[in-house]
Design a protein around this ligand. Structure first.
Ligand SMILES: [Ca+2]
Length: 244
C-alpha cells in the first residue's frame, strides 16, 4: 500500500514538473501551417511561397538564422539559372564560403552573437554583387512604431512583395513576441501575405522547433518595432528586389 502511495505521489510530481517547465509552443498569436493547409489553397498564387519552400532550410545553429534565411532566398532567386547538372544549389556552408564575409565570420564564430538587420543588409548587398545580379537592390524598412502610419507602410510593402517572385523579404523581429520562445532577435524569410486576412506566413528557419506559421501583420509589426540591444538600432526588414 505504501509502495502504491509513493508511486502515485511520484506520478503526480512528474506531471506537475512537466506542466511547470512546458508551455504551448505557438501560444495565441502563431498558427502552424499544417493546422491551416487551406490557407494556401485560395485563388491567390503566393509566388514567393512556391519559390521559397523548395529551398527552406533549418538554421545550422542558434546564431545562423541570417545564413539560413539567405540560403533559402538566394536559392529561390537563382533557381532558374541553376539548370545544369554541375550547378549545385547553395548549402549554408557553401554560401558562407562563397560570401567570404567578414561580418559572418565574426558574428557566426565562437564569440559571435548573430547578425543584426544592418549587417544582413550589407552581407546581402555583397552577395548580390558577387553573384553579378547588377539590377538587384536591398531596401531597409524600420517601422520604429506600431502606429497606423507604420502599419499602412508595412502593409503596402507586403502587398507589393506578394505580387511577384522577383522580390523577397527577410524580417528581423523578436521571435518570442510571436511564438512562445525567448525574447531574442531573429531573422526569417516571409513566405506569403494574405491581404484579406491580414496575415503573414513566416518561414522560420528555427526548424528544430517550428514549422512555418501565420500571424497577423499587426503582431509582426510589434515584434519588428523593437530595438536590437547589440546594434542599439530598430529592427525591421530587408526587401530584396532582383530587378529594381
Ligand atoms: Ca515577392
Amino acid at each position: 500500500m505504501k509502495f502504491m502511495f509513493n508511486f502515485i505521489t511520484l506520478l503526480i510530481t512528474l506531471g506537475s514538473t512537466q506542466f511547470a517547465f512546458s508551455k504551448s509552443k505557438y501560444g495565441e498569436l502563431a498558427k502552424p501551417l499544417s493546422a491551416y493547409p487551406s490557407s494556401l489553397r485560395s485563388n491567390e498564387a503566393h509566388p514567393d511561397f512556391w519559390s521559397l519552400i523548395p529551398f527552406y532550410v533549418s538554421q545550422r545553429d542558434e546564431k545562423s538564422c541570417s545564413l539560413a534565411s539567405l540560403t533559402t532566398v538566394l536559392n529561390a532567386a537563382l533557381r532558374n539559372t541553376k539548370t545544369r547538372s554541375d550547378q549545385p544549389y547553395f548549402t549554408q556552408d557553401s554560401l558562407l564560403k562563397f560570401s567570404d564575409s567578414a561580418l559572418w565570420k565574426k558574428n557566426l564564430g565562437p564569440k559571435g552573437q548573430g547578425v543584426t538587420l544592418h549587417e544582413i543588409k550589407t552581407i546581402t548587398e555583397e552577395l548580390l554583387k558577387k553573384l553579378n545580379l547588377k539590377n538587384a537592390s536591398v531596401t531597409l524598412f524600420q517601422p520604429g512604431q506600431t502606429d497606423q502610419v507604420s502599419l499602412t507602410a508595412f502593409r503596402r510593402i507586403l502587398i507589393e512583395n506578394e505580387k511577384s517572385d522577383q522580390d523577397f523579404i527577410i524580417v528581423n523581429y523578436v521571435q518570442g513576441l510571436i511564438t512562445q520562445d525567448s525574447q531574442t532577435g531573429h531573422l526569417a524569410p516571409i513566405g506569403a501575405y494574405n491581404e484579406s486576412k491580414k496575415e503573414v506566413l513566416i518561414l522560420d528557419p528555427d526548424r528544430q522547433w517550428y514549422e512555418p506559421y501565420w500571424t497577423k501583420d499587426e503582431n509582426l509589426l510589434k515584434a519588428m518595432a523593437t530595438v536590437d540591444p547589440v546594434s542599439q538600432k530598430q529592427r525591421g526588414l530587408i526587401w530584396i528586389r532582383l530587378n529594381d
